[in-house]
Design a protein around this ligand. Sequence first.
Ligand code: S5P
Length: 459
Amino acid sequence: MTKELFILKLHEIGAVKFGEFTLKSGLKSPFYFDLRDMISYPELLTGIAGLLAEDIKNSDFDYVSGVPYTALPVATLISDITNKPLIYIRKEEKAYGTKNPVIGKFEKGKKVLIIDDLITTGESLIETAEKFKNEGLKVTDFSVIIDRSNNIAKKLEKQGYNIRSLIGLNEILKILKANGKISSGQISEIKNFVNNINKKEKKESNIENRLTKLLKEKIKTKKSNLVLSLDVDNRKDFFDILDKTAKHIVMLKTHIDILNDFNAEFISKLKKYAKKYDFLIFEDRKFADIGNTVRKQYSGGIYKIKDWAHFVTVHAVAGEGILRGLFNDVENRSSFLLAKMSSKGNLMNETYTRKVFEIGEKYAGIVSGYICHGNSKEELQKLKNKIPNGQLMLMPGVKLQTGTDATGQQYTTVEEAMQGGADCIIVGRGIIEAENPEATAKEYRKRAWKIYEKKVESS
Ligand code: S5P
């Protein structure tokens, strides 16, 4: 089978449609691709498997896999043609720990090539790759039938993947036009639609965030990456420690609801300190409810967080509506999303973390970065590579020595955190429980800045 015949046949069976279709996002699209029915046409299925097998014949891999369901029968045929064993990831979520997510026999350390029918965002391919990697396999190559994405290859490359695609949208349009299946008018409508989507995406991810800029500048002018987490329960201790440490920090992180003796004066005093010592204020509220509730929690109650905290933390578990609830009609405020927590056994897996970055990128105007913890610089670097351009990585669970506390808080050293790419380290007990908080804050600041400064110089 030739590519041309394949496309014409897809058109004939209705797998490639033109008209008006409402997408998941609510957008109206002038075209729609759905290759699911292809598997019921033996000639199409074997034809496409042959074309793909030819396309990947110089790729280096030990196993072939397909993303269920549509690509799985295709991968089965390719396994037969290439004589490479088939393995795949079960589609249902594993209900309990003992079930292996990989179906089929494999040896750790070997390479899997993953096949899919369509690629738009790359999400399911990356998700599948991550699951294989968690089982000790290697994945560097993807192969897809139709690429209808917006330059996905570049995004995937950044994450360490190569992608080969058999046919792109333009080629499909060309073939169908040459065979009288669509008109020039339809083609320009489709191209228009695709271009506008691209523009919209670009605009959303490049939104200027004044507070992100401010924090970046302050790191440089104050020569400090230190965020102090002042988790004490009374005003006296709070300001005693702040007196000694304020000159060394770029930002102060509070848990305002820990204080026993909170009052309105506390806030005005805190603001004065922030001005005098030139640091930003970050309330670690970890909002996690529906938009309507968090809006009230943010601006109301006794703390009125919105009035004094430049930044707050937000759990994206509630979906992106939480950000709209918090920041609609609010100016000069921003947030950090929890992407990978420092507590042992936390439920944030790679897929969750990746989705947090996606939401954060989309809302870059009100998301300045992410809270990410890694147990080593390598772990952290992997996270850093996935963080959208321009946004920051803040790392909690940092001490001068590694270790854990009684409830599973994990500590990594300042050096590992900074070499792993953290823009700021968040330190609580390492400083506030030290015999000499002043000297200790100075030490954390010095150690972190030394690494950061070198990185900035060499970039
Ligand atoms: O994953 C996280 C996220 C945060 S914001 N792990 C954390 O420890 N934090 C916060 O960082 C935590 O709530 C605390 O305020 C601080 C770490 O405190 P430390 O005393 O363990 O350094």
